[in-house]
Design a protein around this ligand. Structure first.
Ligand code: PLP
Length: 374
C-alpha cells in the first residue's frame, strides 16, 4: 500500500478567496512597498497580538538579524549557540563579528547560562540565544549575566511566534528579538520577519536601517540595507493573524497524540517543555536513545522509506559547517551536550494539514521497531 508522503511541515494557508479583497486594494491604490497602509496596519496588529511595544517588519528574519546587530552597533565577539539554523551564526559573520559557540542545556536544547558566563572575554559585546523549538531560554539568568557584564541580548526568536512564558510573549525579552515568518514557520507571510524593540528611538533607527538609511527624501543617516516587507506580505500577514490561534490549537492536538502514544516507548525521549510555558508546538523533536533498537539515522531513513519525512533539526551543528569548524569554540569538547542531542534528534511531522491518521502512521512506525526490542 502506498501512502501520500507526510512532510515535517507544510505551510498553513487561509482560504484563497479571503485574500482576494486585499489584492484588490493593492491594485487600486498601487502602493506595493515602502511602508504602505498594510505594512502599518500589520505592524500595529502584530504589536497588539504579541503584547509588545514596537514591531519593525522585514523581508525575512536573516536580514532582520543582520540589521539588529547593526542597530545596536555590535562588534567583536558574540556568544551564541551551535544548536540552531545556520542563519543565526551567518548574521554575525555578515557583520564581521566572531561567533563564540557555547554548549546547550540538554533538557531544553537552549544555551546553558553557566557556559555563557564562562565564555565571556573583554571582546564580548553581546549574547545571541535562540529559543529552540519555541521553548524559552533561561531568560532571567541571561538577563542577569547581560547586566553584570554590560552585554546586549539579541534573541533569535525565529521559532517562537505565539510562545509564552508566564503569559508573556517570548519575543518581549532581550534588547531585541527577531521573528521569522518564513513558509516553514508556525506563522508565515510566505517570506517575512520582524524585529521587536522596546522604545520609539530604536524603532526609528531600525526603520531607517531597513530602508537604505533614508530618513527623508534627501537625508541618508546610515549605510542601511533594503530589508523592507512588501505590501503583499503585510496584507497576507494581516489575514493570517485571524487564523494563528486555530493553527496553534491544531498543532497542540497533534502534539498531544504524540505525547500520549510515544511516552512509554522504550528508547524514545521528549525534549522538556517547561510547564509554565505555553508552547506554539512549532516542532515535535524526539531523541532516539541507545536503548531504541534502531539508531537515529536508521529510524530516520526507515521513516523516509515509508513516506514519513522527519528532519534532523539540528544536525549537523552550525559549528561543524566549513566556515565555522576552524574556530576554537567549535571544538567538540566544548559542545558535548549539543553534539549528543544533534546525534539523537528527529523532528516528527507536525503541521495544520495533518490528520490524526497521519500521526498514527508515524507513531506506528516508531512503535513497530521499538517492539522488535532485544
Ligand atoms: C528560519 C530561521 C531563521 C531564518 O529565517 P528566514 O526568515 O528564513 O530568514 C533564523 N534562525 C532560525 C533559528 C530559524 O529557524
Amino acid at each position: 500500500m502506498t501512502h501520500k508522503p507526510i512532510y515535517v511541515t507544510q505551510p498553513a494557508l487561509p482560504p484563497l478567496e479571503e485574500f482576494i479583497p486585499y489584492l484588490q486594494q493593492i491594485w487600486e491604490n498601487k502602493i506595493l512597498t515602502n511602508g504602505g497602509p498594510f505594512h502599518q496596519q500589520f505592524e500595529q496588529a502584530l504589536a497588539d497580538y504579541l503584547g509588545v511595544k514596537y514591531v519593525c517588519l522585514f523581508a525575512n528574519a536573516t536580514i532582520a538579524l543582520v540589521t539588529a546587530l547593526q542597530a545596536l552597533r555590535i562588534t567583536g565577539e558574540v556568544i551564541t549557540t551551535p544548536y540552531s539554523f545556520v542563519a543565526t551564526a551567518h548574521s554575525l559573520k555578515w557583520n564581521g563579528i566572531q561567533p563564540i559557540f557555547v554548549d546547550i542545556d540538554p533538557t531544553t536544547c537552549n544555551l546553558d547560562p553557566a557556559a555563557i558566563e564562562a565564555a565571556i572575554t573583554p571582546q564580548t559585546t553581546a549574547i545571541m540565544p535562540v529559543h529552540v523549538y519555541g521553548n524559552p531560554c533561561n531568560v532571567a539568568e541571561i538577563q542577569r549575566i547581560a547586566e553584570n557584564y554590560n552585554l546586549k541580548v539579541i534573541y533569535d526568536a525565529a521559532h517562537s511566534f505565539g510562545s509564552r512564558l508566564d503569559g508573556i510573549s517570548l519575543c518581549a525579552y532581550g534588547d531585541l528579538s527577531v521573528l521569522s515568518f518564513h513558509a516553514t514557520k508556525v506563522f508565515n507571510t510566505f517570506e517575512g520577519g520582524a524585529i521587536i524593540c522596546h522604545d520609539a528611538k530604536t524603532k526609528a533607527h531600525i526603520d531607517h536601517l531597513k530602508n537604505f538609511g533614508f530618513v527623508d527624501e534627501t537625508t541618508v543617516v546610515a549605510a542601511g540595507i533594503n530589508g523592507k516587507m512588501s505590501e503583499f506580505n503585510a496584507a497576507f500577514g494581516l489575514l493570517q493573524l485571524q487564523y494563528i490561534d486555530n493553527y496553534i490549537e491544531k498543532r497542540k492536538l497533534l502534539a498531544q497524540l504524540y505525547f500520549e502514544h510515544l511516552s512509554n516507548v522504550k528508547g524514545i525521549k521528549f525534549i522538556n517543555f517547561p510547564p509554565e510555558h505555553s508552547s506554539n508546538y512549532s516542532y515535535f523533536p524526539i531523541l532516539v536513545e541507545s536503548d531504541y533498537p534502531l539508531s537515529r539515522d536508521q529510524l530516520y531513513h526507515t521513516m523516509k522509506d515509508q513516506g514519513i519525512m522527519g528532519r534532523r533539526y539540528f544536525y549537523p551543528l552550525i559549528s561543524e559547517f566549513p566556515m565555522y569548524r576552524g574556530l576554537r569554540s567549535s571544538k567538540a569538547s566544548n559542545l558535548m551536550n549539543a553534539k549528543a542531542i544533534s546525534d539523537k534528534v528527529i523532528c516528527l511531522p507536525i503541521h495544520v494539514d495533518l490528520l490524526e491518521e497521519d500521526i498514527n502512521r508515524v507513531i506506528e512506525v516508531i512503535k513497530f521497531y521499538a517492539s522488535k526490542s532485544n
